[in-house]
Design a protein around this ligand. Structure first.
Ligand code: ARG
Length: 260
């Protein structure tokens, strides 16, 4: 008798627990209405797109964060940011841990097999970053060098492609600041990083670093928002994204984060 009662209580608790951590995340606000929360996966190592400015606090900020909030607001959602290594983002979409990803992610053919992408909202180019005076300006100059890239990024793929023609050593790291630290410590000769992000490091290096853009495939330069395959959110986001591009709000964000 007692045992079955316990079992009954345990199962009620379990059901409560399961519904509390269900998908999509709905939170009740004060008046008891449902406010839907979307979980955004990102890798907050990518200023000015997503990063933490420790001089200002420990919140994740940046262009991608503003863009996500702007679109989500229009659709009636709140955004909750989930930070992880870049290489974990697609698996997180596939396992339903996050509802979308905004992380300066490029919609490659390979990735499209596993996730759906929005339209492109930004275009970047690859840059070789090295210590000032390294003499490394072109892909050919990487011969015999140790070159850093972010794990799981298209720059990692690009480095592998270059290495087929130019004999060099590739080193992968999970986070962009690690690449810069390895250059500064003299362990890497160079790193391949996208220009807008690299610029921030060049500017704050007091002239100790230099960067040179390298030819970048057109289909390997855009940024888009990623969704789980078949997610209805993709079309909803795209619609608002296009509106905001047309009415200049995306441009305003670009000015806010890039023209400083
Ligand atoms: N655009 C590149 C890619 O899609 C690099 C993106 C890295 N993003 C980041 N938040 N660290 O592979």
């Amino acid at each position: 008798m007692k045992k079955s009662l316990l079992l009954f209580i345990a199962s009620i608790l379990l059901i409560g627990l399961l519904s509390a951590c269900g998908t999509g995340g709905e939170q009740k606000n004060g008046s008891g209405e449902q406010k839907k929360v979307l979980r955004m996966g990102t890798s907050a190592d990518y200023a000015p797109f997503e990063y933490i400015d420790t001089t200002k606090g420990n919140e994740i900020i940046g262009f991608d964060v503003d863009l996500a909030k702007m679109i989500a607001k229009e659709l009636g959602y709140d955004v909750q940011i989930v930070d992880m290594d870049f290489s974990g983002l697609i698996p997180a979409l596939q396992s339903g841990k996050v509802d979308f990803v905004l992380a300066g992610m490029t919609p490659t053919k390979e990735r499209k097999k596993n996730v759906d992408f929005s339209d492109v909202y930004y275009v970047a180019r690859n840059m070789i970053v090295s210590k000032k005076g390294s003499g490394i300006k072109t892909v050919e100059d990487l011969k015999g060098k140790t070159v850093g890239v972010q794990t799981g990024s298209i720059q990692e793929g690009e480095a592998n492609k270059i290495a087929k023609k130019v004999d060099m050593k590739i080193e992968s790291r999970n986070r962009i600041p690690e690449l810069i630290q390895e250059i500064q410590a003299g362990r890497f000769d160079a790193a391949i990083i996208e220009d807008t992000v690299a610029k921030g490091y060049l500017d704050s290096s007091n002239g100790k670093l230099e960067g040179h853009t390298i030819p970048t495939d057109k289909e390997k330069s855009g940024y888009a928002i990623a969704f789980p395959k078949g997610s209805k959110l993709r079309d909803e986001f795209n619609k608002v994204l296009q509106e905001k591009i047309k009415n200049g709000e995306v441009d305003k964000l670009i000015k806010k984060w890039f023209d400083q």
